[in-house]
Design a protein. Structure first.
Length: 585
């Protein structure tokens, strides 16, 4: 038997150049691919991609090692040697440049999805970074090793490798991966890209391959651009049409107390907290004892931080352009009016998230630097997941709290407006799948948020007790259903009152300087906040006419076509009923 096997092996090796072909077309490409995976396991930031290349690299290493040992055994049995350098019959075609567009297709999508925060130069920068990245593996490495390896096999390996790395962010979003993905699916995508490229190329259908890549790139990019452009067009509206601006006109307020807007991300009213099994009533009682009026039925018309707060700071359903520049970064209707009244404005944040893609126009802001948005996007792509907090960690929580405390403890001779946005308790990781301990994690951060709130108020009330103090949450924490938007995963009939509260619900408590505030605090949605504040400081109820239409937006994507109109749910399990029913304990 062993004699037959030995004769079989010898017969294989008698074919002309078989040993060299196996070496150049199989082993060398596999060892180079192994090097790709193992080296990138050390180079990539922690996330889905780093886990993918680490696990894949280990498998490929052992497979390649086993094949190499078998190959060496074949050589010894056949008494053959490999001669160097090998002669390559493969040439480079300029048409191969088109292949770069395949892994660059998701890059174009990422750039187009972030046009609101990327400048034209930054967009070009990101595209060039990944063009170089792809070209290195698809063109340079194959050319460099063409004397000892098949440049075409290396080209297809490079194509599959770079596409897998770049496409991973989109894949993670679709499948709800957090830090770790499913290796079978990841390797399946790698294999499909490699085999399809190899099939088209070696079946003499190179032109078909080039045409297919071009069609995929252009159709994907154009459709994405049209979708993004249609979304931007709805954001543009002239500022002079703003109702609050029109009603204020050139008048000056009767009162000019300092105004402090203290936002705690994803903080919600106790009715919503109870639906998670958390009782936050003690914190609400604490606020009431300090003289705060709580507004337990308030919600936001938008379900995200920038979308919510830019509309709050414009007292409008409109952004008036870029939602950060004309809102959270300091150039909103509210900030500009208060500046005209003699206020100094402050924007104090734990990161540069609210300045992303623009610069701060507050009189004083923290962090005091311009964010490098392009680097954040590059890092996210290489990480393989677009976490909401990726890249925004330049300032530690301790630095943020210290800066906030310093501002709150400083007395001034002028009135000031301060907007600060703590990133606790914060929402879920927004991957599309809830972690087993999602609510427990939220509760832990809620405890920290409550302690920070108490510290903020202690300092503030000691130094500026006559100010208007606003404690608010900007939207819900996304803890129900899939812990993300429900539009793609849940039918309208599955959406309950608490699913809507979980995304659009807010928290609002205001400490007014005097007791006559009840004439002015007509608040339905969080975006009614400054019509009420301005009505109070002008002592004029007419300014309440600047209240916006209390209708939620982006409902189809975030909450499966349900919506809330003037506090009443339309669609879903509780259609026709109030969003809040008054449960607080």
């Amino acid at each position: 038997m062993f004699v037959c096997i030995k004769k079989f092996f010898k017969s294989i090796l008698t074919f002309n150049r078989k040993t060299e072909l196996i070496f150049s077309h199989v082993l060398i490409p596999l060892w180079i691919l192994t090097f790709y995976f193992l080296s990138f396991s050390r180079l990539l930031p922690t996330g889905v991609n780093s886990v993918f290349v680490t696990r894949s690299g280990e498998y490929i290493f052992w497979i390649t090692s086993a094949l190499s040992l078998i190959y060496i055994a074949f050589l010894r049995l056949g008494k053959r040697k490999i001669s160097f350098p090998l002669k390559s019959e493969e040439g480079f075609s300029t048409a191969n440049l088109i292949l770069l567009l395949l892994p660059l297709t998701p890059v174009s999508q990422y750039i187009l999805n972030n046009l609101d925060i990327l400048s034209p130069s930054e967009s070009i920068y990101v595209f060039l970074i990944f063009t170089v990245f792809v070209a290195f593996f698809v063109l340079f490495i194959p050319a460099f090793f063409q004397r000892i390896s098949s440049s075409q096999i290396l080209m297809f390996f490079g194509l599959a490798f770079t596409f897998s790395i770049i496409y991973m962010g989109d894949l993670s979003h679709q499948l709800g991966w957090i830090e770790v993905g499913t290796l079978r699916k990841q390797l399946a995508i790698f294999t499909v890209v490699f085999l399809l490229s190899w099939f088209f190329f070696f079946s003499k259908n190179q032109k078909s391959l080039y045409t297919l890549v071009m069609i995929v790139f252009l159709s994907t990019s154009i459709s994405q651009f049209l979708e993004v452009s249609s979304g931007f067009s709805t954001l543009l509206s002239p500022k002079d049409a703003n109702k609050l601006l029109t009603l204020v006109n050139s008048r000056k307020p009767e009162l000019t107390p300092s105004v402090y807007l203290l936002i705690y991300d994803s903080y919600v009213v106790n009715e919503t907290m109870l639906s998670y099994g958390i009782d936050n009533q003690p914190q609400e009682k604490y606020l009431e004892e300090l003289g705060f009026q709580i507004y337990p039925r308030t919600y936001s018309i938008a379900p995200q931080s920038v979308e919510t707060m830019s509309r709050v700071l414009n007292a409008s359903t409109e952004h008036y352009g870029d939602p950060r520049t004309a809102g959270t970064a300091g150039d909103g209707i509210v900030q500009n009016l208060l500046k005209e009244f003699g206020y100094k404005t402050y924007g104090i944040f734990p990161s540069d998230y609210f300045f992303q893609g623009t610069t701060s126009t507050y009189d004083y802001s923290f962090p005091g630097h311009t964010p490098i948005t392009k680097n954040i996007l590059v890092k996210a792509i290489f990480t393989g997941e677009f976490r909401f907090d990726i890249g925004f960690d330049e300032v530690s929580g301790e630095q943020f709290v210290e800066e906030k405390t310093n501002i709150l403890s400083t007395k001034t001779s002028y009135p000031r407006f301060m907007y600060t946005h703590a990133f606790i308790p914060s929402h879920s990781q927004d991957s599309g799948k809830c972690r087993d301990n999602e609510i427990d994690l939220f509760n832990e951060k809620l405890i920290r948020a409550n302690l920070e709130m108490k510290q903020d108020l202690k300092v503030l009330l000691e130094n500026d007790p006559d100010a208007i103090i606003i404690i608010a949450g900007d939207h819900g924490p996304y803890l129900t259903k899939n812990c993300s938007h429900t539009g793609e995963d849940y039918d309208l009939s599955k959406i309950s009152r608490y699913d809507i509260q979980d995304r659009y619900g807010t928290f609002l408590a205001i400490r007014w300087p005097t007791q006559d505030y009840e004439k002015y605090d007509d608040i339905t949605v969080l975006q009614d906040l400054f019509p009420a504040i301005f009505a109070y400081i002008f002592q004029d109820q007419k300014l309440l006419e600047s209240k916006i239409a209390p209708v939620t937006i982006r409902n189809g994507y975030y909450i499966s076509e349900t919506k809330v109109v003037d506090g009443i749910i339309e669609g879903g399990i509780h259609s026709g009923e109030p969003l809040f029913i008054g449960i607080d304990k």
